[in-house]
Write a protein that binds this ligand. Structure first.
Ligand code: AP5
Ligand code: MG
Length: 191
C-alpha cells in the first residue's frame, strides 16, 4: 500500500505520517527531511538544496527525482508493506514520474490523503513552530513564499488525483487524533 500525504506547508503531513507509519507499518519518505539531512551533513546536494529551501522555492524536479529513486532503492527491504510519500510529489512532472517509477516496480499509488487547512492557520502554525524549529524556511517571509509556491505549483495536483479517483479530502484543522481517525476511515475504504 503506497500512500501520498498531500497538503500545504504546515498542514500536518509530518504529524499524520508518524501515525500512519505505526498503524500500517509503512516506510516513511519525507523529501523535506531528506533534503534537510543533506544540508545538516554539508553535502554538495545539501548546498544546492539550501539555496532553494531557504527562499521557499522548490528544488528542481530532476534533482528531487534522482534523490527519491535512490532513497526507494536503498531501502527496498523496508518498503515491503508500502511507502508513505510526504512532501512528494509537488509538481505535475513529479507526479507523472512517481507513477512511472512505481509502475516499473510493479506497484502504484493507492490513496492520496489531502489535508485541507486555511492559509491563516498554516501561517500561525509555522510562525509558532519557527520559534524553536531552527528551520531556515520557518520565518514569515519564507512561509508566505512557500504558500504562494504551493498554490501555484503544487495545488494543481489535487485535480490530478481527483481525476484518478485517488484523492481523499480531509479536514486538516482541529484535533490531531480526530484528523487521524478521518484519515484511517478514508484510507480503509479506498485500498
Ligand atoms: P517539507 O519539509 O515538505 O515542508 P512543507 O511542505 O513546507 O511542510 P512542513 O514540513 O513545514 O509541514 P507539514 O505539512 O509536515 O506539517 P507538520 O506536521 O510539520 O519541504 C520543505 C522544503 O523542501 C520545500 O519548501 C522545498 O524547498 C523542498 N522540497 C521538499 N520536497 C520537495 C519536492 N518534492 N520537490 C521540490 N522541493 C521539495 O505540522 C506543522 C506544525 O503544525 C507543527 O508545529 C505541528 O505540531 C502543528 N500541527 C500539526 N497538526 C496540527 C493540528 N491539527 N492542529 C494544530 N497544530 C498542528
Ligand atoms: Mg513536514
Amino acid at each position: 500500500m503506497n500512500i501520498v500525504i498531500f497538503g500545504a506547508p504546515g498542514s500536518g503531513k509530518g504529524t499524520q505520517s508518524e501515525r500512519l507509519i505505526k498503524e500500517y507499518g509503512l516506510h516513511h519518505i519525507s523529501t523535506g527531511e531528506l533534503l534537510r539531512d543533506h544540508i545538516a551533513r554539508g553535502t554538495e546536494i545539501g548546498k544546492v538544496a539550501d539555496s532553494y529551501i531557504s527562499q521557499g522555492n522548490l528544488i528542481p524536479d530532476e534533482l528531487m527525482l534522482e534523490l527519491l529513486e535512490h532513497e526507494i532503492d536503498t531501502n527496498s527491504q523496508k518498503t515491503s508493506k508500502g511507502i508513505i510519500f510526504d512532501g512528494f510529489p509537488r509538481t505535475v512532472p513529479q507526479a507523472d514520474a512517481l507513477k512511472a517509477l512505481l509502475a516499473r516496480r510493479g506497484s502504484g499509488i493507492h490513496a492520496v490523503v489531502g489535508l485541507e487547512v486555511a492559509d491563516d492557520e498554516l501561517v500561525d502554525r509555522l510562525v509558532k513552530r519557527g520559534l524553536e524549529s531552527g528551520r531556515s524556511d520557518d520565518n514569515i517571509d519564507t512561509i508566505r513564499k512557500r504558500l504562494e509556491v504551493y498554490h501555484r505549483q503544487t495545488s494543481p495536483l489535487r485535480e490530478y488525483y481527483v481525476s484518478e479517483g485517488k484523492y481523499c479530502p480531509i479536514e486538516g484543522a482541529g484535533d490531531v487524533e480526530k484528523i487521524f481517525g478521518d484519515i484511517k476511515r478514508a484510507v480503509d475504504t479506498l485500498v
